[in-house]
Design a protein around this ligand. Structure first.
Ligand SMILES: Nc1nc2c(ncn2[C@@H]2O[C@H](COP(=O)(O)OP(=O)(O)OP(=O)(O)O)[C@@H](O)[C@H]2O)c(=O)[nH]1
Ligand SMILES: [Mg+2]
Length: 573
């Protein structure tokens, strides 16, 4: 399915042609029918000879309704461009073409209409005239089909050309991120609220929860219709009508946008590229009342040119735009800029940054993800996806870091590891990203919540205090020649055990466990403190803390005055 907009000057035969192709009159308003003039968008569809479906958004050509035209072309990827043979190229032929070009539309077919009203010579001239005007635009080289909608000349040729057009135009991409700019909302008798639009970016499904921006209203999809049929789910590139529950018709309208919760960054301030049309006869600066046309919406914006100069006609530059409300936008979204006062299309361009962090004086927006990361240092991958629309591999955990931020963190950690020396760096002090990065350093040993350079000798494991205590393992002396900091580190590393103010080596505690295991093998009913003291050839002063350690680690268990086997009792030998 493809959605194609019409475009062209007033009265050049757009609506008549759509009706001739589809048998649906796109002029639905009584006033339109009475005046023979399109005022608002019209919708029609048909099947092409290939069997492919095609939807038309018929736009008004009259300059007074240009905002409705803009609302209609914001989400289409191809155009049926209409020029009247007797009338030839006119101002809105030019303006519509520029608007479509600015919006990045790349595909189209041209219909030269009303050829029944011209003779052969005029027909030839009109063709040349049109070709000349299309030169250098996205429609140069597009098929031009001569038709007359009233006597139906050339309609089959046009249908065939539209078939070739839709075959050549890529179908809307499914990025799993649906967005539908609302172009109509109404309330059919007793049936809640219906909104229509051209769906892009992903799929919507019945019963799904949606958010309507900028209001942030949540609603549920009660039913989906497309081309007069009901659907359980509908993909991008379709004209869609959603029946919504949970939202009042007065709360939604043209220019609002339907998205899924949590998938978008909502922004009211963007940096963008702006191409000023060469036809504009003045420079473009912050002075002036501008409207930004984006999707189906018209938004009054405040604009500031980034860089020292105003932009000249035909010039391109960057601008910062302040919107009146937050919209779900992404880099690469296209827009048209018009000036209210002069009622003139100034130009348009592409959003480059949906969340500029640098002040306007320093901002240098572009589409690169690297810049977004560099300006922040560190960004969470999920946030980066919202900001850029693309997935990036995280560097540390869920974080993406700029090359500078990564290098700085690494240098800082290396320096602190060096400073910490053999005792190691307390990992509680380096933060989440620091812990993740240290874990990747070659030759760094992480033990007991500390990280140290592995290749430096391990003076803790060989600390003289261990030998000092092991000289009499079950009756060790008080440690000497060791700082409190070293003692803490030895305990943290599990080389020393501290119980009730006494220090034992872990080797001594393990040996004591085997001694009591032998005691219990001989005497399964249990043993007394005195029996343990004798078996360990130590004093009561040392036996008590040793036994309490064995109790607390599950080697033994107290039962009255006796110790019995605990769940972690080792084998006796
Ligand atoms: N003879 C002839 N008349 C046509 C043809 N196409 C349109 N007309 C007539 O031209 C007039 C304008 O046609 P529309 O289809 O309303 O023109 P439009 O481009 O939709 O006009 P707007 O929507 O107001 O911009 C009507 O009176 C049509 O009957 C054609 O191919 N041949
Ligand atoms: Mg019309």
């Amino acid at each position: 399915m493809h959605v194609v907009a019409t475009a062209g000057h007033v009265d050049h035969g757009k609506s008549t042609l759509v009706r001739a192709l589809t048998s649906i009159d796109p002029d639905r308003l009584a006033e339109e029918k009475a005046r023979g003039l399109t005022i608002d968008l019209g919708f029609a569809w048909t099947e092409l000879p290939s069997g492919r479906g095609i939807s038309f958004i018929d736009v008004p050509g009259h300059i007074r309704f240009i905002r409705n035209m803009l609302a209609g072309v914001g989400s289409v990827d191809a155009v049926l461009f209409v020029v009247s043979a007797p009338e030839g190229w006119k101002p809105q032929s030019e303006e519509h073409l520029r608007i479509l070009q600015t919006l990045g539309v790349e595909h189209g077919v041209v219909a030269l209409t009303q050829i029944g009203l011209v003779d052969e010579d005029l027909h030839e001239l009109a063709l040349l005239d049109v070709e000349e005007h299309l030169e250098g635009t996205f429609l140069s080289g597009a098929e031009i089909v001569s038709v007359d909608s009233l006597d139906r000349t050339g309609l089959d040729d046009l249908r065939a050309a539209l078939d070739r057009l839709t075959a050549a135009t890529p179908t809307a991409r499914d990025l799993g991120r649906p967005r539908m700019w609302i172009d109509r909302s109404f309330s059919p008798r007793g049936a809640g609220t219906v909104v229509t639009g051209t769906l892009t970016g992903g799929e919507l499904a019945v019963d799904g929860e949606i958010v309507i921006m900028p209001a942030g209203v949540r609603a549920r999809i009660r039913a989906i219709q497309s081309l007069g049929r009901s659907h359980e789910r509908i993909g991008p590139g379709n004209r869609v009508a959603l029946n919504l529950s949970g939202v009042d018709t007065t709360e939604v309208g043209r220019g609002d946008v339907v998205v899924l919760p949590g998938q978008w960054f909502s922004t009211s301030r963007v940096d963008a590229g702006l191409d000023v049309l060469a036809s504009v006869d003045h420079e473009v600066s912050r002075r002036g009342a501008y409207a930004m046309y984006l999707g189906s919406g018209e938004f009054p914006v405040k604009m500031r040119v980034l860089g020292p100069h105003a932009l000249l006609p035909g010039e391109s530059g960057e601008v910062r735009l302040h919107l009146p409300a937050a919209l779900p936008l992404l880099p690469r979204d296209r827009f048209v800029l018009r000036e209210f006062g002069r009622d003139e299309t100034v130009g348009g361009g592409m959003i480059l940054d949906v969340d500029p962090v640098l002040p306007a004086s320093r901002a240098r927006p572009d589409l690169s993800v690297e810049r977004v990361v560099a300006e922040r240092g560190w960004v969470d991958v999920d946030e980066l996806r919202l900001l850029t629309g693309t997935d990036t591999e995280p560097d540390l955990g869920t974080w993406v870091g700029s090359p500078e931020a990564l290098a700085e963190l690494e240098a800082d950690l290396r320096r602190r590891l060096d400073d910490a020396g053999p005792l190691g760096l307390d990992l509680a002090t380096v933060g989440e990203r620091g812990r993740l990065m240290i874990a990747r350093f070659d030759g760094v040993v992480i033990e007991g919540g500390r990280a140290r350079q592995g290749e430096v000798a391990d003076p803790l494991a060989d600390h003289p205090v261990l030998a000092q205590l092991d000289a009499d393992p079950f009756s060790p002396p008080d440690p000497e020649g060791v700082t409190p900091e070293e003692l803490r580190a030895l305990v943290q590393r599990g080389l020393l055990v501290q119980v009730e103010g006494r220090f034992f080596t872990s080797r001594a505690v393990d040996a004591a466990a085997r001694v009591v295991a032998r005691l219990l093998a001989r005497n399964p009913e249990g043993f007394t403190v005195a029996e343990a003291r004798d078996a360990l050839s130590t004093t009561r002063k040392h036996a008590l803390p040793l036994l309490s350690r064995l109790d607390s680690t599950g080697v033994t268990r107290r039962r009255g005055d006796l110790r019995v086997a605990g769940p972690r009792l080792p084998d006796p030998d």
